[in-house]
Write a protein that binds this ligand. Sequence first.
Ligand SMILES: [Zn+2]
Length: 506
Amino acid sequence: MSSATQDPQPTTAPSDRLAEMLDSSARIEELSSAQEDEIKEADDDDEYETSSDSDDGQNVHRWLGSKAKPNLPFYFAAPGPLRDTLATSTSVAQEKTMREVLDLMTGNAQIMTDVNAYGLPHLLKNKHAAFLRTILGKYPPPFQVMDASRPWLLYWALNGLRTLGVDVSEYKQRCIDTFTPLQNPEGGFGGGHGHLSHAAASYAATLSLALVGGLDMIDRRAMWHWLGQVKNPSGGFNMAVNGEQDVRGAYCCMTIHTLLRLPLTLPPSSPARAAGLDSFTSNLGSWISSCQTFEGGLGGAPDNEAHGAYAFCVLACLCLLDSPTKAIPTYLNTKSLTHWLVFRQASPEGGFSGRTNKLVDACYSHWVGGCWSLLESALSIPAGKSLWHREGLVRYTLTCSQAKKGGLRDKPSTRPDGYHTNYSLAGLSAAQYVYTYKDDVETTQDTEVEALTAAFNWSFERPTQQQMKEWCFDEKDLVEPVHPVFVLPFDVVEDARAKFAGKVGF
Ligand SMILES: [Zn+2]
């Protein structure tokens, strides 16, 4: 039973629903650029440089005096040949960003002089780790607007630290103490104290707890029941009970389901069961399929605009269901998806945009960069070959995303934040490692207990010296491998798998 006409849940588009609920002045756009004045005092704004801080030649001299010059291919050193003469607010912003990026790429405005063998600034691991640790500290009053995002703040900081190779076990008890009041008796986690359970908050809480070895505090039976409440009769998932249905819900809920090894059978109380479905996976692939747009990318819900973050949610969700070679081509047109994804990588910037005619932004280093391992595996692209430009993303991350004082940022002239730091590092990991799916492992579904296990069959290869040379980074710039489906370190995923392996029921 898959008819959307029987869907009793709201059909309002996610963006419309957000507009209904929040006055525009209360929203945080991308978490980094909005409300800058309000949080300025908390962030000590003066500490963060922008490209406009470049000082009439001094930086150039410092750059030229450093160990290596940026040996740039032409496509990172100059604007592309095709220019749109129609001036819009977007084209003006694009021009400004591109000029700032070129100034950094060519060294004209570069103020980081500790560079690697290819003339790119080294990854400032210690400074980024120190920045992420501040996110695990106390917050000043203006951050009350982040009250519903407590699990996210923890996940971005903890995952970012682990990606930098930092042990986070010291945060285990504090993490459990934070999440204890957020876990609701009916299952799942709210974003803040007293909040209703939400798929995104539950996803970030589950991943955070996995990172510190605290999964035992999750009431798995209650979580199973709550996930049953948000399984939509159409096949997808709502973000909350009576909340909007979109592909974030599908990815978040199925990630939780898989990591906790919950039964695939829908609970008796699930509205989807009452509508005729029997499994968490029932009609999920076909609903996801309806989110592919005329451009080839993926929208958050049917008829929405294609967007990089939703594309990752879709591809990763399909890779939870089965091997990429089976799940992805079955439900998506891979040819048009490849075309759309290729056009997300910008030149001369090297980073990714999230949508057509949008600007480069470092969070898409993961949302789009993370799509490539999944899609390339689906298309059986030989190891060592790539459909995207890894060097470009490495250049953008090291040269343009790093704030000199620590943390990574959306683009030059924006300030760093936990969200962009975590996803820039995850994107860097996507560029530095080759992730492959072990298709010879047949047990994609453990039929004895009907648990999904396909996503545990991924492995990684460390880059060779030749690959590091091609992709322009030193050993010192290498981050830890990040699992392409769970967006957690591989050892954290393995610990979660081993913890519940063979478990039947609760
Ligand atoms: Zn962003």
